[in-house]
Design a protein around this ligand. Structure first.
Ligand SMILES: C[S@@+](CC[C@H](N)C(=O)[O-])C[C@H]1O[C@@H](n2cnc3c(N)ncnc32)[C@H](O)[C@@H]1O
Length: 250
């Protein structure tokens, strides 16, 4: 049975702590970009893959979505999502959560979603073409898929220091060697090891086209034009941390 690194207690605690910070990559970059790509959600049925503690779904409900479904591999995340949902939306119906790998999306009972989203999670997926076929089967005709994932210039990293630094320890170059070598990456975060998968931008786009999706918009937010965040996110002046793609099932 596939297991989520987010179910390791220390990883989960540290991740939740990180998410409490209002000045995080999620709050400053991911959510605003993801939300800017959403269509009008009034009366729409929305699925979020790798939903974590459900924050995106709560926003979709506030935008008028009629039904929201969250799916995540992590039991701890789903428990957190259910308890937050009961606390903040005590009388709300039309919300369901599944603790499942998104590779098993076919097992959920709901179908014909108007919109499927996924934030910061597709880099955990080994077989992206297979996932896209399964997502397509769960979307209504002209249904929309919007996702963010770690940018391929980030997922490509394999060994050694990511940044080349000068004698004053200032970052001078972000290393892109191994970009062409797609596949497994052994990672480490909060002193815990886990696996992600690297695909080039071309592969991601071609996999979407192959699965019958029409690309509507691609975003690589960097905050270069938002000086108020330059001190907190110095890296992002020069490189995009996330890739966003909005596409439509044709
Ligand atoms: C960085 S968190 C993002 C959570 C949420 N999307 C957000 O933006 O707040 C990544 C999430 O993806 C989930 N995840 C990783 N691999 C998964 C898989 N194969 N199927 C479903 N969820 C997965 C993790 O358990 C975790 O909750």
């Amino acid at each position: 049975m596939k297991k989520s690194i987010y179910d390791t207690p220390i990883f989960f605690e540290r991740y939740l702590k990180l998410r409490e910070n209002p000045i995080s990559l999620n709050e400053i970059v991911e959510k605003p970009t993801m939300f800017s790509l959403l269509p009008d959600l009034k009366g729409k049925k929305v699925l979020d893959l790798g939903c974590g503690a459900g924050g995106h779904l709560f926003h979709y409900l506030s935008l008028g979505a009629s039904e929201v479904v969250g799916l995540d591999l992590s039991q701890s995340m789903i428990e957190q999502a259910k308890s937050d949902f009961a606390k903040f939306f005590p009388n709300q119906t039309g919300c369901n959560f599944y603790c499942l790998p998104m590779e098993q999306i076919s097992e959920i009972k709901e179908s014909e979603f108007d919109v499927i989203t996924s934030s910061f999670a597709f880099h955990y997926i080994e077989d992206f073409p297979d996932l896209l076929r399964k997502i397509s089967a769960k979307l209504a005709p002209n249904g929309i898929l919007i996702f963010s994932q770690e940018h391929p210039i980030t997922t490509c990293h394999k060994i050694g220091e990511r940044w080349e630094k000068d004698q004053n320890k200032q970052q001078v170059a972000y290393r892109l060697n191994h970009y062409r070598e797609e596949g497994l990456r052994e990672r480490n975060w909060f002193q815990q090891s886990f696996k992600t998968y690297h695909r080039t931008t071309a592969t991601i786009i071609n996999d979407l086209i192959q699965a019958g999706f029409q690309i509507e918009k691609v975003e690589e937010p960097m905050l270069a034009e938002q000086p108020e965040w330059h001190n907190e996110f110095k890296d992002l002046l020069h490189r995009p941390p996330l890739l966003f793609i909005k596409s439509v099932k044709k």
